[in-house]
Design a protein around this ligand. Structure first.
Ligand code: AMP
Ligand code: MG
Length: 347
C-alpha cells in the first residue's frame, strides 16, 4: 500500500527556535533577562523560555500545569481521565474541564474535516504498535474488525460527563500538546509574563513578541531531511504546529514505511499526497487538531477548509517535494529549501 521509501536515520519532531527583529521597544524591556526550562512530558521534550523578573516562578507554574495535564490526559496512566473513559465499559465518567474542552474540540474538528480527525482510532493505533513501539502491520481482517468501532460520533459528552460504547477507546494525542501550549501561555500571562516562547516537540507557541518588540522567528523542518530547516516564519502571539510523517514511523522488512497518522477511512497511514502540514493560528488546540486532520485530508481537503474558515494559515509539503503556503503569511514566510514554494490559490 505505501511504497515511499525514506532514509531517515533519526526521529525528529518539528521546529527550532531562533531570534528575530522588527518594531522597537523601551530599553528596559530590551534588557529583560530570560530563563529557560526543559520538561519531558507527554512523551515529548518540551523547552520553555520566558522573559522578565518573574520568569522563574512563571516557568515553575507552567511546568506544574504541564504535569497536571499529562496526568489528566495520558492514555496509559490508570488515574487519568482518558484511562477511566477507555475502561468505563459504557458507564458515565466524570472528567476535568480540560479533558471536556479537548474532547468537544475533537468532535467539532471531526465534523469540520469530514471525519479526518477521529479520536476513536486508538485501538487501531495500538494494533500498529504506535503506542508501544512494538510495530507491526495489522492483518486486513483485524483492521476491518477494529474499524467497526472507529467513529468519533459515538463519543457522548454532556458538560464534564463522558460515555463511550464498550469496545470504543479514545486518545487525545492529536490535540493534547496544542491545548497544553495554550495553557502554558495562559499560565505565563497570569504570572505577569508578556514575552515567552515554548517548543513542545514539533509545536511552537509564542506569547507576545521578543522583549525588543521584534517577531519570533520559527524554523519549520524539512520533512525530507528532518534535521535541516525548510523555511522560517515570523510570528507574534501565535501557535505554529506541525504534523509530519517523519515524526514517528517504522520501516517494514520490504522497505515500506508506515507512519503514525492514520486515515480513519481504511486504518492505514494517511497517504493523501502530503508529508507535512504546519498550521499557524491564534489557538494551539485548533492548530494541533487541524494539523493532524489536514495531513489526512490532503491538499484538496485543506483548501476546502480554508475556503470556509480563513482564520488560520498553512504550510503544506507534498510528497512530490513542493511547498504550498497561504497568502496570509506571504510577508513573514522565507523559503530556505531547494523546494519550490507557491501560494495556495483559493480561486
Ligand atoms: P500530531 O502529531 O498532532 O499529528 O498527532 C499524531 C497523533 O494523533 C498520533 O500519534 C496518534 O496518537 C493520533 N492520531 C493518528 N491519526 C489520527 C487521526 N486521523 N485522528 C486523530 N488522532 C490521530
Ligand atoms: Mg495534531
Amino acid at each position: 500500500m505505501i511504497k515511499k521509501m525514506f532514509a531517515l536515520s533519526t526521529v525528529l519532531s518539528g521546529i527550532l527556535l531562533i531570534s528575530g527583529c522588527s518594531q522597537k521597544k523601551e530599553a528596559s524591556d530590551i534588557n529583560m533577562t530570560s530563563q529557560t526550562r526543559d520538561v519531558f512530558a507527554m512523551d515529548t521534550f518540551m523547552n520553555m523560555k520566558a522573559y522578565g523578573q518573574n520568569a522563574d516562578i512563571a516557568l515553575s507554574e507552567a511546568e506544574k500545569r504541564i504535569l497536571q495535564l499529562e496526568e489528566e490526559l495520558s492514555v496509559t496512566n490508570e488515574t487519568s481521565d482518558i484511562w477511566k473513559i477507555d475502561h468505563s465499559d459504557g458507564k458515565l465518567v466524570e472528567v476535568s474541564d480540560d479533558t471536556a474542552i479537548i474532547i468537544n474540540k475533537a468532535i467539532e474538528m471531526g465534523d469540520r474535516t469530514g471525519g479526518a480527525l477521529d479520536i476513536t482510532l486508538y485501538p487501531v493505533l495500538k494494533e500498529w504498535g504506535f503506542t508501544t513501539g512494538d510495530h507491526k502491520i495489522p492483518g486486513e481482517q483485524t483492521l476491518k474488525r477494529l474499524l467497526e468501532n472507529v467513529d468519533y460520533s459515538k463519543v457522548n459528552i454532556d458538560g464534564d460527563t463522558v460515555s463511550l460504547p464498550e469496545d470504543v477507546e479514545i486518545d487525545l494525542g492529536a490535540l493534547a500538546k496544542g491545548y497544553t501550549g495554550d495553557e502554558i501561555m495562559k499560565s505565563m500571562a497570569g504570572n505577569g509574563i508578556s514575552s515567552a516562547i515554548v517548543s513542545l516537540g514539533g509545536n511552537v507557541q509564542a506569547l507576545g513578541t521578543k522583549p525588543d518588540g521584534s517577531n519570533w522567528k520559527v524554523a519549520v523542518r524539512d520533512p525530507f531531511a528532518p534535521d535541516t530547516d525548510m523555511c522560517i516564519i515570523e510570528i507574534a502571539d501565535k501557535a505554529v504546529i506541525t504534523s509530519g510523517n517523519y515524526e514517528r514511523y517504522f520501516t517494514a522488512d520490504d522497505g515500506s514505511v508506515y507512519w503514525h497518522i492514520l486515515d480513519p477511512a481504511d486504518g492505514y497511514p494517511a497517504d493523501n499526497g502530503l508529508v507535512s502540514v504546519t498550521v499557524i493560528g491564534d489557538c494551539g488546540l485548533d492548530c494541533d487538531a487541524l494539523s493532524t486532520a489536514l495531513f489526512v485530508a490532503g491538499y484538496d481537503g485543506a483548501r476546502k477548509l480554508l475556503k470556509s474558515d480563513p482564520s488560520f494559515d498553512l504550510i503544506l509539503v507534498s510528497d512530490d517535494h513542493r511547498i504550498y503556503y497561504t497568502e496570509g503569511i506571504a510577508d513573514c514566510f522565507t523559503n530556505i529549501s531547494s523546494m519550490e514554494a507557491e501560494v495556495i490559490s483559493l480561486d
